[in-house]
Design a protein around this ligand. Structure first.
Ligand code: ADP
Length: 665
């Protein structure tokens, strides 16, 4: 076994790998960019080395810098995590040349599966079923369009080098084909430096079911059962589970066998995933699943497999890479119970899942009830340079219902302030009836998106607690000074104070009367309510209001306050912290870049009349395209940016004026 390994990654996966290395007594070496100098993975490692500036092309993707650190530190092997260099055959070859072991498959295996088109051709040869479509060399737009016609609409255009849902476009109507093709090519080019595409029949009721496989250098290959990753948004996984709900034993066997066949076809060694798409328009059937692609690395969602099998997949990777045979044979593997993983992201679900950035001023992860794989700590920053994942929340239970209940409770116990997250969206998914029944397909989220991202009204209790906090009336007593515990209370008359809050774009002046020891009358839009703070500890309150006792937490951040109540986070702005720019933006007079990015497409022209929600700008950020829409009807005043321009978050992209009356001269 290795004595020292380098982890060529960051964030949660770097930390995850280090945890197993430490368990096995292996020393760990971290690498980091300037943006990550204070990151958790750096703090966790035995040694850490800077490899360059924040952009990944200048740090985490620099083969030479990583090999250099191996030499300096004496690391014998490199674990690539996922993303970055994990599926780069040139990186594996370079390590090979330097006499360093790559903890993963051979460059040949990676190469064979690296491009979706070549991989499909290989699988056809190996007798593994593939999705009908065109995966040839001819990239002429008109030719591809005629292929699409033959396949029959709807079709899916995929960047052949794509991954993570990038570079994919569904097309329902031939008239949209060429535009969609351009979009897919553009994204493929931007993300992978390869704009070539393939075209597939788009299955209208598919499930994404993947099989975890493992091979070693002694010719063995096994599978560790399936994961269902059908809950997706923009082809990106949101919640994964294992096993797959409703999976017939016969189909499980057929998929497992096909996956092992695929792995053996490329002499696979290490952890890999064979992704299948199952056509469930007729239920789960053994003759209706197709190979989509193979990921030749550890998957983000590997923990659900670990939870049901009790195996540590990183330990398997390390053993196999150090030359040991697979720890178990197929017959020795089994699974039990049910596991879910939810991906907690810094993103704004109601605003089209825009990636968010910010400082995690307050972070409580549900470590008591779940396994939490995270690469950040309170106070850390989510930067625009990397994937905005905050944590993976992973649960296991004896049954699917029990595990899902645990997932919901864990998400409801999650508190993040300083950065918007998708926690409420994930919790809403846990409450979704179809999902609860196990009736999943990849269209579920889109179909019910509106109800899944609906933001509940801010409850009056949240408003009251925010007002009390803003006025400094909730501070815990310090020492025994009786006056310190009587914040806001006067002997002779009840004091009146006003808290100015901004909630969902509306300002509210909340009048508060102190009535005695931690007792307050709060004037709320629905009337006056009496509050008593029963227990106050570090931002967590137990309070009573009109005979009802409840718990809540309030965290403050640069952006104001966040009240955590009933499993929801309610952001409340304290208006004097609001800048003039933001005020104008919230009034809809400007279109503001919500994050740093590149102005990819600009359709807006000064003087153009636009209607609310009309797409005006495509911003590329974090390698994805985000469409920014008109905040209201109006006429475009000034356009302040141009295509190809790099903008920071908060940049005003264009001004929106009022529509002139249409009086005819
Ligand atoms: P990536 O490598 O970018 O993750 P995949 O080829 O694995 O791309 O596909 C990602 C997701 O897109 C799948 O999980 C599935 O939901 C959807 N998808 C892929 N191919 C098809 C298809 N032919 N029909 C319908 N949905 C598809």
């Amino acid at each position: 076994m290795f004595k020292k390994i380098l982890i060529a990654n960051r964030g949660e996966i770097a930390c995850r790998v280090m945890a197993t290395a430490r368990k096995l007594g292996i020393k760990t070496v971290a690498v980091y960019s300037d943006a990550d100098a204070g990151a958790k993975h750096v703090a966790m490692a035995d040694e850490a080395y800077r490899i360059g500036p924040a952009p990944v092309s200048e740090s985490y993707l620099k083969t030479d810098a990583i090999i250099d650190v191996c030499r300096k530190s004496g690391a014998e092997a490199v674990h690539p995590g996922y993303g970055f260099l994990s599926e780069n055959p040139d990186f594996v070859d370079a390590l090979d040349k330097a006499g360093i072991t790559f903890i993963g498959p051979s460059s040949r295996s990676i190469g064979a599966m690296g491009l979706k088109d070549a991989a499909k051709a290989l699988m056809v040869e190996a007798g593994v079923p593939v999705v009908p479509g065109y995966h040839g060399d001819n990239q002429d737009p008109d030719f591809l369009k005629s292929e699409a016609e033959q396949i029959g609409y709807p079709v899916l255009i995929k960047a052949r080098a794509g991954g993570g849902g990038k570079g994919m476009r569904r097309v329902d109507d031939p008239k949209d084909f060429l535009d969609a093709l351009k979009g897919a090519q553009r994204e493929g080019e931007a993300s992978f430096g390869d704009g070539r595409v393939l075209i597939e029949k788009y299955l209208t009721k598919p499930r994404h079911i993947e099989i975890q496989v493992f091979g070693d250098n002694h010719g063995n290959a096994v599978h560790l059962f399936e994961r269902d990753c059908s809950l997706q948004r923009r082809h990106q996984k949101v919640i994964e589970e294992a096993p797959a709900p409703g999976m017939p034993e016969e189909m499980r066997r057929a998929m497992g066998e096909a996956a092992v066949k695929a792995a053996k076809a490329i002499d696979y060694s290490g952890a890999g995933t064979i992704e299948f798409i199952a056509d469930v328009s007729d239920g789960l059937r053994s003759d209706r699943f197709y190979f989509m692609e193979m990921n030749t690395r550890l998957q983000v969602e590997h923990p659900v497999t670990e939870m049901i099998t009790g195996e540590d997949l990183v330990e398997w990777q390390l053993r196999v890479a150090s030359g040991e045979p697979l720890p178990k044979s197929q017959d020795e593997l089994s699974f039990g119970g049910w596991a879910f993983e939810a991906r907690l992201y810094a993103e704004d679900a109601p605003k089209g899942f825009l990636p968010a950035i910010g400082t995690l001023d307050h972070l409580v992860l549900p470590e008591d009830s779940a396994r939490v794989d995270s690469g950040v700590r309170a106070g850390d920053e989510i930067t625009p340079y990397y994937d905005p994942m905050i944590a993976k929340v992973i649960v296991h239970g004896p049954t699917r219902d029990a595990a899902l209940g645990k997932l919901l409770a864990s998400l409801e116990a999650t508190e993040v302030a300083g950065c918007v997250t998708n926690a409420a969206f994930l919790a809403a998914l846990c409450r979704h009836e179809g999902f609860a029944r196990g009736d999943v397909d990849t269209g579920l989220i889109d179909r019910d998106l509106n109800s899944l991202i609906r933001e509940p009204e801010v409850p009056e209790d949240a408003v009251a607690l925010a007002a009390l906090t803003a006025l400094g009336l909730t501070r815990p007593a310090e020492g025994h000074d009786p006056f310190a515990t009587l914040a806001g209370w006067r002997i002779w008359s009840a004091s009146r104070q006003y808290a100015l809050l901004e909630i969902a774009g509306e300002r509210l002046d909340v009048e508060v009367h102190a009535r005695g020891h931690r007792r307050f009358a709060v004037h709320l839009p629905g009337g006056i309510r009496q509050y008593t703070l029963i227990k106050v500890t570090d931002g967590a309150y137990t309070y009573e209001c009109e005979g009802h006792r409840a718990r809540a937490a309030v965290a403050s951040s640069k952006k104001g306050l966040t009240v955590f109540l009933n499993g929801h986070a309610f952001p409340i702005i304290l208006p004097d912290t609001l800048s003039a720019d933001e005020e104008a933006a919230s009034a809809g007079d400007q279109l503001v870049a919500p994050m740093p990015g590149l102005v990819k497409v600009l359709t807006a022209r000064a003087g153009n009349k636009v209607t609310k929600d009309q797409p005006l700008v495509i911003l590329e950020a974090m390698k994805m395209e985000h469409t920014l829409k008109a905040p209201r009807d109006g006429v475009i005043g000034e356009v302040l940016v141009s295509e190809g321009e790099q903008v920071t978050d908060g940049t005003v992209l264009l001004a929106l004026g009022e529509e002139e009356s249409d009086a005819v001269a």
